[in-house]
Design a protein around this ligand. Structure first.
Ligand code: ARG
Length: 564
């Protein structure tokens, strides 16, 4: 039983028929203060139709509403305030959560349709940046949220594994590289070659010609060139995979830019057939001035295709292969223009599914207020961040709980969880400054705090020698200290829906913080284990909190250690 539905139902019986159930559901607000009840209905929109002042409408409606299922129903100004029956509500919600357990909040609304999620997508032979980390963890969390709501996510790592930079890399490798070094530390060394290439090419422009020639050889399928490209790709991927393992992230496809190499001619031909391609200074472009966008550059004058050409091929391929309901691209906001162009070109090609493409953009991570830059040496190395976070977590555990078993494993879960949580608690469009000490604090708005609250709930349950609370009929709680926590538990399905609507993991992260905090306050103010007739109901509440916290963390891709 959902109490919001109850409010909607009772309201619909007394409101004019012109106001649909959906409309009522939309209008209902959650009051800021509990003095104003648990739900409130504003009557302003009725004023015109009923030719009365909203406060009069509110007081007249209150008279007509069936109040049996509520603690009370009152009018206050233009609002009708509903106070839920707390005992009945706690009984209902706790039964639901204990029965449904990890399925609480699940729906079938996705009808098992595919949603492609373009995520992570780092560039080969370059270090994975904090931006790629954001993309990875946001994409991963969205995949878990939509799974819970009945969609089938297809996680695609659209690797940056094609382009003229590979020609440069081959030239540099042949001049200054060694197989041994690449094997030992692929990304560092490949990056070194690449940087050296740029330094040297300033003096010796012939290096650029050689690079172009090598890339042409890759494109033409030349054995040696292709082999080297493949090898660089594999070595880089090995290193990326190490990071994905640490984060617990997997992919359904690693089809990156190179995969679309043989699918580009079709796109170019199609654009041509549809009369969209125009020549401009030797290059082929799609003019987008009608949409106030700069032209989409499809083919350079030397015949080379571009980033957007490959994205057009990828979008069409994904629609054909997965028949997606939605196609999401979790990519930094600096590529907003690119995705606008992508959608517009597909739309001009006549693909109405271009409306289902969504750029899930996110803000920058800075350090000390400065933008990160590989070239300026202002970098954060992901591996190091995870290492540091893990050892800080271990240090904290040594201080607080030195007897804990599996300390190392828990430290890993806490350290990595802290980094992931820190990223996801920020609204994704916001930029934020990265400060490691801040990230792994156990207190405050951090992942470890939520993990710790969950572990505390589980430790309470370990103190009781039976699980009778799982099968107790009456789970009514009338302790007002518990009310906030109970209400939050009941809101979880709504929270999930909002996270889906906005593709916003921070909605879940913020919710888990609120639930953890509310639970800790409850814990501080009540004797959960006292022997009275509500003991089992209180234990059921503790169990429910741990279910919902564990689930929330899982939706963020964060582990929930049982002890810490
Ligand atoms: N490799 C690109 C980068 O690092 C991101 C690719 C995003 N995905 C896409 N389909 N364009 O900037």
């Amino acid at each position: 039983m959902d109490f919001k539905n109850l409010v909607v139902e009772e309201l619909s019986k007394v409101l004019p028929e012109t106001i649909t159930i959906e409309k009522i559901t939309d209008l209902i607000e959650i009051p800021k203060s509990s003095d104003l009840g648990d739900y409130a209905f504003p009557t302003f929109i009725l004023a015109k139709e009923l030719h009365k002042a909203p406060n009069i409408i509110a007081s007249e409606l209150v008279e007509k509403i069936e109040k049996d299922s509520f603690e009370k129903v009152e009018s206050k100004g233009a609002y009708i305030n509903f106070f839920t029956d707390k005992s009945a509500y706690s009984n209902d919600i706790l039964h639901i959560i204990l029965t449904e357990n990890m399925n609480y909040g699940n729906t079938q609304q996705g009808e098992n349709r595919n949603v492609t999620i373009d995520m992570s997508s780092p560039n080969i032979a370059k270090p994975m940046s904090m931006g790629h980390l954001r993309s990875t963890v946001i994409g991963n969390s969205i995949s878990k949220i939509i799974t819970k709501l009945g969609y089938n996510p297809v996680k695609i790592n659209h690797l940056g594994d094609w382009g003229t930079q590979f020609g440069k890399l081959i030239v540099a490798y042949k001049l200054w590289g060694s197989e041994e070094d690449v094997k030992k530390d692929p990304i560092t060394n490949l990056l070194k070659y690449y940087v050296k290439f740029h330094e040297e090419a300033e003096e010796k422009p012939e290096l650029d010609d050689q690079a172009r020639a090598w890339f042409k050889r890759i494109e033409d399928g030349d054995q040696e060139a292709l082999q080297l490209w493949k090898w660089f790709r594999e070595e880089s991927l090995k290193e990326f995979n190490r990071i994905y393992d640490r984060l617990g992230v997997t992919f359904d496809s690693y089809n990156g830019e190179a995969f679309y190499n043989d699918k580009m001619d079709d796109v170019v031909n199609e654009l041509e057939d549809k009369g969209l391609l125009v020549e401009s200074r030797g290059a082929e472009i799609v003019d987008l001035s009608d949409e106030n966008l700069s032209p989409a550059l499809i083919k350079k004058s030397d015949g080379a295709t571009l980033y957007i050409t490959r994205d057009l091929a990828a979008a069409i391929y994904r629609k054909k292969t997965y028949d997606f309901a939605k196609s999401l691209y979790v990519v930094g906001q600096e590529q907003t223009e690119h995705f606008k162009k992508l959608k517009t070109v597909l739309n001009l090609m006549g693909y109405d599914w271009s409306d289902d493409i969504e750029h899930i953009q996110f803000g920058l991570i800075t350090t000390g207020g400065k933008k990160l830059s590989t070239r300026k040496g202002n970098v954060i190395l992901l591996d190091e961040v995870l290492n540091d976070a893990e050892s800080l977590a271990l240090k904290q555990i040594e201080e607080k709980n030195p007897k804990l078993e599996n300390k190392e494993l828990v430290a890993k879960q806490v350290g990595v969880g802290a980094v992931v949580f820190h990223d996801l608690k920020n609204e994704r469009r916001d930029s934020f400054d990265f400060d490691l000490q801040e990230v792994v604090r156990f207190e405050g708005e951090t992942g470890p705090y939520v993990q710790y609250s969950n572990a505390r709930a589980l430790s309470i349950l370990r103190k009781v020698d039976n699980e009778d609370y799982l099968s107790t009929d009456n789970l009514s709680i009338n302790d007002s200290n518990a009310w906030d926590t109970i209400k939050l538990l009941g809101n979880f399905p709504d929270v999930l829906q909002r996270a889906l609507r906005e593709y916003e993991p921070s909605v879940i992260a913020k919710y888990s913080l609120r639930l953890a905090k509310s639970f800790n306050q409850y814990y501080a103010h009540s004797k959960i284990l006292a022997d009275d007739e509500q003991k089992n109901a209180r234990l059921a509440l503790v169990k429910s909190v741990s279910i919902v916290l564990t689930m929330s963390l899982a939706l963020l891709g964060v582990n929930a250690p049982e002890e810490m």
